[in-house]
Design a protein around this ligand. Structure first.
Ligand SMILES: NC(=O)c1ccc[n+]([C@@H]2O[C@H](COP(=O)([O-])OP(=O)(O)OC[C@H]3O[C@@H](n4cnc5c(N)ncnc54)[C@H](OP(=O)(O)O)[C@@H]3O)[C@@H](O)[C@H]2O)c1
Length: 244
């Protein structure tokens, strides 16, 4: 039995999810990381334990309802509810711009030429998956918990550029989820916010990104550790509100 608060981080096996777990571990949270690939989870858990953090993991797929139920079953085995839920797992299947078309957007990212799977699976995982996971875990959230939905300024309608329809739509959908869920969670004192980490050097962001993971994760941790009178239903980067 541990009295440390519990943080569940989807996508915690690498990139921003892993770094968010690390930073929350340093703040005294026990960590539960979850994503699809067991060897990556094992490696991540080993690294986090080597730094002295208390960590468990579970392999699941956000695109599969039965698999989400296995995550819930694991949570039920814990001795306490979830204090922080970080919805960080996500994909950007449109990232491979290798085929120059009329604009500088490769066919993978083109609105009209992107393969159907790029759009449907991205929305299924990022938007529907985040909703499904949160819905399934909602009964197991502590009163006053924090939910952070990792979004992207690529979903900001006011600043929207070309391409990446599936990714942009999926993250815009997550933002709608943040807004609507925030109302529903108010009676339980649960704060729900969307966070854009910026363009971060990860598997998804690529080596040309402008930020390192520590910088990107800091804004996620900020939203995960807001005081009880902190904002809810907002969209933030580095602790500052950004346009929808
Ligand atoms: N990097 C950026 O510049 C940037 C900018 C804005 C927003 N974001 C957002 O930040 C989040 C993390 O991105 P990242 O850059 O750290 O990417 P990443 O390194 O590719 O990590 C993605 C994580 O999600 C997990 N995942 C993917 N599909 C999953 C599924 N179906 N079920 C369960 N887990 C799944 C991956 O593990 P497995 O593959 O093993 O499942 C991995 O742990 C994403 O939501 C992304 O959209 C990133």
């Amino acid at each position: 039995m541990s009295s440390l608060p519990l943080a569940l981080i989807t996508g915690g096996s690498r990139g921003l999810g892993f770094e968010t777990a690390r930073q929350l571990g340093k703040l005294g949270y026990r960590l539960f990381i979850a994503s699809r690939t067991v060897p990556r989870l094992e490696q991540a858990a080993q690294s986090l334990r080597a730094e002295g953090h208390l960590v468990s993991f579970h392999a699941f797929d956000m695109q599969d309802q039965d698999s989400i139920q296995t995550l819930v079953d694991e949570v039920k085995k814990k001795d306490a509810p979830i204090d922080v839920l970080i919805n960080c797992a996500g994909v950007m299947y449109e990232a491979g711009n290798d085929d120059e078309v009329q604009t500088d957007i490769g066919s993978n990212a083109s609105v009209l030429r992107s393969p159907e799977r790029n759009v449907t699976d991205t929305i299924a995982i990022n938007m529907i998956g985040t909703w499904s996971v949160t819905r399934a875990l909602a009964p197991h959230l502590a009163r006053g918990a924090r939910i952070v939905n990792v979004s992207s300024s690529m979903a900001s309608l006011g600043e929207m550029g070309p391409g990446y329809y599936g990714y942009r739509a999926s993250k815009a959908g997550i933002n709608v989820f943040t807004r609507t869920l925030a109302y529903e969670m108010r009676p339980r004192g649960i704060l729900v916010n969307s966070v854009c980490p910026g363009w971060v050097k990860t598997n998804m962001g690529g080596p040309g990104a402008t930020r390192d993971v520590a910088e990107g994760a800091a804004g996620i941790v900020w939203a995960a550790t807001l005081p009880p009178d902190g904002p809810t239903g907002g969209f933030f980067r580095d602790g500052q509100a950004i346009p929808w």
